[in-house]
Design a protein around this ligand. Structure first.
Ligand SMILES: [Zn+2]
Length: 95
């Protein structure tokens, strides 16, 4: 029989766990990079305007019903948000 020993199974488990952890870290790094790039795209784009977050009013946190402060889910605590210009405004400015 070619059954794996307990040690072999544990090694395999640990190896796969390490691989998974490495991938999670890589995913987080890629996500951070993407968020940073999106920020640059918004800054360059004439279509978008940076405004004070409409949800937390620029505080970065919101109060829950229990009276706790939690990070604003809309701006992720950044206190601002990017909004797309209303087209009428673009036309009015453009002529
Ligand atoms: Zn906010």
């Amino acid at each position: 029989m070619n059954e794996k020993t307990l040690e072999e199974l544990q090694d395999e488990f640990n190896s796969l766990s390490r691989k998974r952890m490495k991938q999670i870290i890589e995913l987080e790094e890629t996500t951070k990079e993407l968020v940073g790039l999106a920020e640059k795209v918004y800054e360059r784009s004439p279509e978008y305007v940076k405004v004070v977050c409409l949800s937390c009013n620029g505080k970065g946190t919101v109060d829950t019903e229990e009276g706790k402060k939690i990070r604003c889910q809309v701006c992720q605590g950044k206190c601002f948000m990017w909004v797309k210009r209303f087209q009428e405004v673009e036309r009015a400015n453009g002529s």
